[in-house]
Design a protein around this ligand. Sequence first.
Ligand code: AMP
Ligand code: ZN
Length: 461
Amino acid sequence: MKLYNTLSRKKEKFVPLKKGKVGMYSCGPTVYWYQHIGNLRSYIFSDVLKRVLLYDGFDVKQVMNVTDVGHLTSDADEGEDKIEKAATKEGKKASDIANYYLKLFQEDFKKLNIINPDVWPKATEHIKEQIELIKILEKKGYTYETSDGIYFDTSKFKDYGKMAKLNIDELQEGKRVDMKEKKNKTDFALWKFSENPGERQQEWNPKDYGVDWKIGFPGWHIECSAMSSKYLGEQFDIHTGGEDHIPIHHTNEIAQSEAAFGKKPWVKYWLHGYFLTFGGKKVSKSEGGLYTISELEEKGYSALDYRYLVLTSHYRTQMEFSLENLDGAKNAYQRIKNLIGSLDKEGEVNSKYIKEFEKAIDDDLDMPKAMSVLWNLVRDEKAEGKIKTIEKMDEVFGLDLLKKEKVSVPADIKKLVDEREKARKEKDWEKADKLRDELKEKGWVVEDGDGGGKVKKIEKR
Ligand code: AMP
Ligand code: ZN
């Protein structure tokens, strides 16, 4: 299997550190607000990656963090803590805010058929691990203290910004930013001191963990290094996230982890999902502008209509969202499900089509190609073993392709069915036949089985 590695900017053959096993870390949500369908595109991407690895027989352990403290509104270690801000605004406990949005997020996962990660660690439940990691960095001489926190000195880490191909000299000389007491523009906070201790809801006293720093809270980047190493070891196979994480968040994760653990590379394969755009713009959660799954549902789309849409574009291209595109996806998805619903179940897995499918998914998750293989198979009148083949493909698509939809019967149809039942009971066969024809005209076929009174929608081909 080949995966595009952001470290090398090349497709590489995937070879795990331990034969047959894969350790995978996916940067998870900051739980202060609804996840929009852009965020969710990133998680459909990591889900597809995980499903392909499982399909290929790997034993996968996936960790996805939940950021419930320390993510500030500005990437420059300034501004407010997003969770604290939401808690103040809504007059709630920070943990209630986090739990509320995490629950909604997990419901979206379920609706989207995203397989749950094996571990969902929360940043607030790993304060000790984060402090321990900062202690190591301090001991190795990578940190310094300012009046507002403990910082990572990026000039001490030789390869800083290598993955993002950052030009540090240019960055240093470039546009003026308020550095406060930072030594380099790229330095970042590992531990932030509370401005007024006692005011924040979530803060910790490092003295409880044997260090002398002031009361405060962890920076955003350190949680990912601390929690990934706890659950996956100091070096692991795959790290995923959105493309926006390349220049700062992941760059900082690499710096602090390689500095602390001394393993190079800390993570072998870095994979990034590209953005969903709306009106040509990249939209972030804080700006709003993209729908949530519930909003799409209110408009009559299902979560799986959206999953289908996402699978029609490659994860390494940006995808412009519009309701017209979603309409197209919804129709195509309905159509293929209807077609599949009328296939016969005979035959074993079709080797020609499954090989083509495997070639596509193993080529850096080429899902648009895999989808076209599926369509070709369904349309190929001579192909055998369609159902078994589709069942196997759906392990990766996750589209419930073989699941029969419960079709709700509209009120007017139900009325006709009841009338017909009545006519039958009264042995008025003529009327019953007339009603059956009327139903057929409206696209419904009556099934006189046990009990009778059942109708089925006629599948259009
Ligand atoms: P956040 O909860 O803001 O930390 O974002 C969660 C994830 O969604 C991150 O991995 C981001 O990279 C990703 N993300 C944010 N906006 C988009 C977007 N418009 N399209 C795709 N992914 C996004
Ligand atoms: Zn992260």
